[in-house]
Design a protein around this ligand. Structure first.
Ligand code: C5P
Length: 283
């Protein structure tokens, strides 16, 4: 009897915006931004095997928070790739949802990008990089950057990807904290005060410390607990940079060393057992 094929796997790496400058509201409702995207080594886990049609099963701590299965970004990405490549192949995909939903660390976008990487391998699909990039953008503004999941300077509404060389960032110990309040991206952007506070300089940790996330104030109006998360993170010893990621509510802290990060994680878990904390490292 032939052995069943082992599943192919991909990690949907958590995305972190170390800084996010909103520059302009466009006529189509999207915003032009400048952001330094970095990625954690950890995230959701996806696996896939060949199958007839497209099916998805979900588990993991945040599996129950996902909405209607048909509307899931994983299935939307799979269907879009099927259409773009004209393949009649199918897949059974499994998603282990470890990242909180609607939380500013690209859970859905990272899942969509990881699905594209996974199914390109499973189906041995041959889609040129520019076509894959354009397909990713139809799934969400952050999906193109999540395809490569490496440090990038992102512009436009998310489609302009540039090389980023930032000193002192490689393999930085990282802590992500989410207070358990889902925040939708659209309303946070809509709450931006439309004041352009200037360009992003992101070539060193020092430059990044002087940068901003312009979505922090509107996100805090919707979820005031974010201020408490940031104050708690920033009071921990050994923090080199701490800010909200994306449209929130997840906040991050980078640390000088793993010992400081581990101590901060312990302190936060003891003081706020209901908050979600994930220790990781930048990739
Ligand atoms: O592209 P995505 O579907 O992730 O965006 C969700 C919502 O976030 C958009 O409908 C828009 O309201 C807002 N957004 C924005 N400017 C961006 C990205 C997202 O206004 N650059």
């Amino acid at each position: 009897m032939p052995h069943p094929e082992p599943p192919l796997t991909e990690t949907a790496y958590a995305k972190i915006n170390l800084a996010l400058h909103v520059r302009e509201r466009r006529d189509d409702g999207y915003h032009t931004l400048e952001s330094l995207f970095v990625f954690a080594r950890d995230g959701d886990q996806l696996s896939a095997v060949r199958a007839k049609g497209l099916t998805l099963t979900v588990d993991g701590p945040f599996g129950p928070s996902l909405g209607q299965e048909d509307d899931n970004l994983v299935l939307r990405a799979a269907r879009a790739l099927q259409a773009a490549t004209g393949t009649d192949q199918g897949a059974h995909i499994h998603l282990d949802k470890r990242l909180p939903v609607a939380s500013g660390i690209g859970g859905g976008s990272a899942d969509a990008a990881a699905t594209l990487r996974l199914l390109m391998r499973l189906w041995r699909a041959n889609l040129p990089a520019p076509a894959l990039h354009d397909l990713a953008l139809t799934l969400g503004s952050d999906v193109p950057a999540c395809l490569a999941s490496r440090t990038q300077l992102v512009g436009g509404r998310g489609e302009t990807l540039g090389e980023a060389h930032v000193r002192d960032l490689a393999e930085a110990p990282l802590l992500l904290v989410n207070p358990g309040v889902p925040v939708s991206t659209g309303p946070v952007f809509a709450g931006w005060d439309r004041i352009d506070r200037g360009a992003l300089r992101a070539d060193s940790l020092t430059a990044l410390s002087a940068a901003r996330n312009d979505l922090e104030p509107p996100a805090m109006l919707l979820a005031p607990v974010i201020a408490e998360v940031l104050a708690t993170l920033r009071s921990q010893p050994g923090v080199t940079l701490s800010r909200m990621s994306g449209s929130g509510a997840t906040c991050f802290a980078l640390f000088a060393d793993t010992r400081a990060r581990d101590a901060a994680t312990q302190a936060l878990r003891a003081a706020h057992p209901a908050w979600w904390c994930m220790e990781s490292t930048l990739r």
